[in-house]
Design a protein around this ligand. Structure first.
Ligand code: TYM
Length: 335
């Protein structure tokens, strides 16, 4: 690998990706790949913190791998792998779990949210220790590759802070071992909100399918969802208190087209929400179309996808093992 800084990031294959995942994460990764050595991971071990149907998990993992490539990740130059195929993640995760405080994990808002949301549902019967210790596994994902930078959406910031704390704690206790990673949270689209409730994050686990756009939604469905998005009783396309729905659509439009918020306000001055939503819907359609075409092509060639993840696992293991060996030696495991 060239002497560039390293990026690691990952997405869970826990269902179809939303345009929030794409604009908040994947799209930025594709843009960063010239400047960095990149490791991108299908985080299937994270996905089983909620019980999965095995055949669906396999399908979702392969889908996600194909979407990474369709979104522009260059697998010749970078490492794209499936987490469960690199055993060092589980191995380092245990060591890190033994260095993570209960109090730190209890403070994680995602754990609090998920355990509350799931209680009373089927998933509520399985509020398991993995859901609780998940941030230590995520820290292992990052620290194994000595990542300099971790590009994520805003919802992952707290987990990243824990990864940094664990790196520093381990380095202080056992001597310099891990690079302390920096978060990279893009300003535009760091948090795409639900189209039906602009106060909550767009999420594929939302009960209302109109609240999210999936990367693989049929184009006319995606267009309809934009047109049905909640706005407000006013008529002006601008940001401000009470205009969160409009602002969310502006944010999506900005991320998709590269225009900034001021430009967008000017563009729609004197025009109503009908025009605005029509243009946003069009831009979303233009964004999804090439990704879907590439994805459909890739899914016709499963052998190629298998080659990609097999080669990816091999390269990832090589890097991960270097770090793991150091860690095992330092904590006192016989060599
Ligand atoms: P996950 O799978 O929930 O989400 C993947 C990425 O998408 C971003 N994202 C969003 N960005 C903007 N607006 C939204 N509405 C939105 N929803 C999701 C997330 O911030 C994330 O960047 N624990 C992680 C996966 C993970 C990981 C890692 C990430 C596992 N190991 C190591 C970084 C480094 C997760 O559940 O993301």
């Amino acid at each position: 690998m060239e002497n560039k800084k390293t990026i690691l990031s990952a997405i869970q294959p826990s269902g179809a990706l939303t345009i929030g995942n794409y604009l908040g994460a994947l799209k930025n990764w594709a843009a960063l790949q010239d400047e960095y050595n990149c490791c991108f991971c299908v985080a299937d071990m994270h996905a089983i913190t909620v019980r999965q149907v095995p055949a669906e998990l396999r399908k979702n993992s392969l889908d996600l791998l194909a979407l990474f490539i369709a979104a522009g990740i260059d697998v010749e130059k970078h490492i794209l792998f499936i987490q469960s195929q690199v055993p060092q993640h589980a191995q380092l995760s245990w060591v890190l779990t033994c260095n993570t405080y209960m109090g730190e994990l209890s403070r994680m808002t995602q754990f609090k949210d998920k355990s509350q949301r799931y209680s009373g549902s089927v998933a509520g019967e399985n509020i398991n220790a993995g859901l609780f210790t998940y941030p230590s596994l995520m820290a292992a994902d990052i620290l194994l590759y000595q990542a300099d930078l971790v590009p994520v959406g805003a919802d992952q910031k707290q987990h990243l802070e824990l990864a940094r704390d664990l790196a520093v704690r381990f380095n202080n206790a056992y001597s310099e071992t891990f690079k302390v990673p920096e978060p990279y949270i893009a300003k535009v689209a760091a948090r795409i909100m639900s189209l039906q409730d602009p106060f909550s994050k767009m999420s594929k686990s939302d009960d209302n399918a109109n609240s999210y756009i999936l990367l693989l939604d049929p184009i006319d469905t995606a267009v309809k969802k934009v047109k049905r998005a909640v706005t407000d009783s006013g008529a002006e396309v601008k940001r401000g208190e009470g205009k969160e729905g409009v602002e969310n659509l502006m944010n999506i439009y900005s991320a998709v087209t590269g225009k900034n918020m001021e430009e967008i306000e000017l563009e729609f001055e004197g025009k109503g929400y009908g025009d605005f939503k029509g243009t946003v819907a069009e831009s979303v359609a233009d964004c999804l179309r090439p990704i879907q075409e590439k994805y459909n092509d890739l899914m016709k060639n499963k052998d190629y996808l298998q080659e990609v993840y097999t080669a990816g696992a091999q390269k990832a293991q090589g890097l991960a093992n270097k770090t793991l060996r150091k860690v095992y030696k330092k904590v006192g495991f016989l060599q």
